[in-house]
Design a protein around this ligand. Structure first.
Ligand SMILES: Cc1cc2nc3c(=O)[nH]c(=O)nc-3n(C[C@H](O)[C@H](O)[C@H](O)COP(=O)(O)O)c2cc1C
Length: 307
């Protein structure tokens, strides 16, 4: 039986629904010795800002039960270095490149980035990171308010013809309201979830384990929260959802597709098993064959439950 794993996100076609989660896969070259990168559905880069950014001071990661906390704080080389020294490698892979972008300080940076990247053909789509919980001094995230989400997404929409994905935060009261705001502002898809705010304490030192005190929780610990948010968003919006949060293997990837995700991103799993993405692509194919389902698209939102 021939299985069709391809899915569409905005204007881009992915040969399978498996992509990498921003910040957990570098700029892909770092994983070149471990997997055949050309097999991935798409690559999402580490978030890039207009100017280089050093991020937060160490310690910036620590392990937690079934997860990890990070407070990297958007460390990145900035747009110019990305274009000159990271993008050429990505371009050669011949798979969709989704560039994650963020503004530090003024939201105008988003517009500037979108305008400049609109002319860069090697970038297939932009993922707006309006949900990073690790910027010191920023009390409220754009994606924690419907109005700010709407304003930011619509101004970026006007600046680019590229496929636009908006990455949302789980640290909100009602995810569907924020997802609806992004949709009505012209986003082509939603990515969720970014990390959940959390902290951890070294009891011997009576000090926080992270220098920034708080950080973002990821990994299997957040999976049920992420899954519920994907399901809720799926029932309230029409644009595709890229689901993530604790996907470690094929069964957990399938949960997200069944809940309503069109594609999925693998994050923390990459640190534990650098081959996780490829194993999941193969696992999805095997599942579809076993269940006699012809395409990955048929799985999206196929949850059966009685009300
Ligand atoms: C070390 C680390 C760095 C991250 N950096 C970014 C980032 O730069 N931009 C972003 O949008 N998300 C970032 N994230 C969030 C992930 O992309 C993802 O949304 C989150 O970790 C949930 O997925 P997971 O549980 O599979 O890791 C980062 C996560 C981790 C663990």
């Amino acid at each position: 039986m021939k299985i069709n794993l391809s899915v569409k996100i905005g204007k881009i076609k992915l040969k399978n629904p498996v992509m990498t989660a921003s910040g957990t896969f570098g700029y892909a070259e770092e994983f070149n010795d471990f997997i055949n990168l050309k097999r991935l559905g798409a690559i999402v880069t580490k978030t890039v800002t207009l100017k280089p950014h050093i991020g937060n001071l160490p310690a910036r990661t620590c392990e937690t039960p079934s997860g990890m906390l990070n407070s990297i704080g958007l460390e990145n080389p900035g747009l110019e270095v990305f274009l000159k020294s990271k993008l050429p490698f990505l371009k050669k892979l011949n798979i969709p490149v989704i560039m994650s972008i963020a503004s530090i300080g003024s939201p105008e940076e988003f517009i500037e980035l979108a305008k400049r990247l609109n002319k860069v053909s090697a970038v297939d789509a932009l993922e707006l990171n309006i949900s990073c919980p690790n910027i010191i001094g920023e009390k409220t995230l754009i994606s924690q308010e419907c109005e700010a989400t709407y304003k930011t997404v619509s101004s970026v929409r006007k600046a680019t013809n590229k496929t636009l994905i908006t990455k949302l935060s789980p640290n909100v009261t009602c995810i569907s309201d924020i997802a609806k705001a992004a949709q009505s502002a012209g986003s082509d898809a939603i990515a969720l979830i970014n990390t959940l705010s959390g902290m951890s304490i070294d009891i011997e030192k009576r000090a926080p384990k992270l220098k920034a005190v708080t950080g973002g929780l990821s990994g299997p610990a957040i999976r049920p929260v992420a899954l519920k948010m994907v399901w809720e968003a799926y029932n309230n919006i029409k644009i595709p959802i890229i689901g993530m949060g604790g996907i470690m293997d094929t069964p957990s990837a399938l949960e997200f597709l069944i809940a309503g995700a069109t594609a999925i991103s693998i994050g923390t799993a990459n640190f534990i098993n650098p081959k996780a993405t490829i194993e999941i692509i193969d696992g999805l194919s095997e599942y579809l064959k076993r269940k006699k389902i012809k395409s990955a698209e048929e799985l999206t939102g196929s949850l059966s439950h009685e009300k």
